[in-house]
Ligand binder design. Structure first.
Ligand SMILES: C[S@@+](CC[C@H](N)C(=O)[O-])C[C@H]1O[C@@H](n2cnc3c(N)ncnc32)[C@H](O)[C@@H]1O
Length: 194
């Protein structure tokens, strides 16, 4: 067995990857991450999903592929040019709402425990505004992050921030978490029932 041979990508992905390449966008999620997101998405029928950092729509496509017909996904990005790629390829899907906004401002407006699944793929909601992002995860809901293993595009001084984030998530009494040194390095955290 290997990590990817048995994974069929979403039909929408090829178009998004072509646009991603044209735009020179190098921060898109990899297939293994997408496959995990899709698998976990399938565990939340009727779920409310949030992606922070749409990029060109790569993880958005994988999430939609795992969600059932009654689930809803909101995806937020400040970069309207990148997000336009997601709109072109996925905008026909009535389950998806694309919002062009700063993730921190968006998070401040969200009610507590409003989401079953948060994929936090921007600095805000992860290294900044972490409490705002965790606050909106309901009991049994997922908070997922990637890019936790060293990446060539990490800014100077990012490594200690990664370790600090891992420590914070590992010691929160209201979440159970598992770090996975796999793909770009993921953390899956679940809000415990209170
Ligand atoms: C790692 S990329 C997202 C990749 C995407 N989720 C995927 O699966 O391919 C991070 C994204 O965060 C966006 N971003 C940066 N600052 C932001 C902010 N303050 N609010 C919302 N999005 C932001 C960037 O424009 C970029 O598209």
């Amino acid at each position: 067995m290997d990590d990817i041979s048995y994974t069929q990508p979403p039909a929408t992905l090829a178009r998004i990857l072509k646009r991603t390449s044209e735009l020179g966008f190098e921060l898109a999620s990899e297939d293994r991450t997408g496959a995990l997101l899709r698998t976990l998405a399938a565990s939340k029928p009727g779920g409310r999903f949030l992606e922070l950092g749409t990029g060109t729509g790569v993880a958005t496509a994988w999430l939609l592929d795992g969600m059932d017909a009654t689930s809803q996904l909101v995806s937020v990005d400040v970069d309207a040019t990148l997000q336009e790629s997601a709109r072109e390829a996925l905008g026909h899907d009535a389950r998806l709402t694309l919002i062009s906004e700063d993730a921190a401002a968006f998070l401040k407006r969200q009610p507590a425990a409003g989401y079953d699944f948060v994929f936090a793929d921007a600095m805000r909601g992860k290294y900044e505004n972490l409490d705002d992002a965790l606050r909106i995860v309901r009991a049994g809901g997922f908070y997922i992050i990637d890019d936790m293993l060293p990446q060539s595009n990490w800014p100077d001084g990012h490594g200690p921030r990664v370790l600090a984030l891992l420590e914070t998530l590992a010691t929160r009494p209201d979440f159970a978490m598992v770090p996975m040194a796999w793909a770009s390095g993921l953390v899956l955290a679940v809000r415990k029932p209170s």
